[in-house]
Design a binder for this molecule. Structure first.
Ligand code: ZN
Length: 114
């Protein structure tokens, strides 16, 4: 079990496991965030945050909620709006300690053109 958290600690996310690789996406939003995504589901990535502690940003077809901490501003995770048990949750692996993700391969995904 690993715990990712924002800088101030208002948002924490328990990861039951890390994926085999992390994803650096080059789509219009991810490249601005500088996020490094660890993909899982609502069952493998448990988000702990008070509703008022976070803000979701939705754009385009509004099916993905990008969450940031209202206090420290860290971009912590995204999830689909449908929120089923097997819905994707992507944790920003930058919220983990560098040593925890050292050695995990990073794949670059050209989300802007696919
Ligand atoms: Zn915070």
């Amino acid at each position: 079990m690993l715990t990712a958290s924002c800088h101030c600690g208002a948002v924490s996310i328990e990861l039951s496991r890390l994926p085999k690789s992390l994803t650096r996406c080059r789509c219009s939003i991810c490249r601005r965030y500088g996020a490094l995504w660890a993909y899982g589901t609502r069952e493998t990535m448990r988000v702990h945050a008070a509703p008022e502690a976070v803000t979701a940003y939705l754009w385009n077809d509004k099916v993905i909620e990008f969450y940031h901490c209202n206090t420290c501003g860290c971009l912590t995770h995204y999830e689909s709006t449908e929120k089923l048990g097997d819905s994707r949750v992507a944790v920003n692996a930058r919220m983990l300690m560098p040593v925890e993700i050292a050695g995990i391969s990073v794949r670059t995904f050209d989300g802007a053109n696919t």
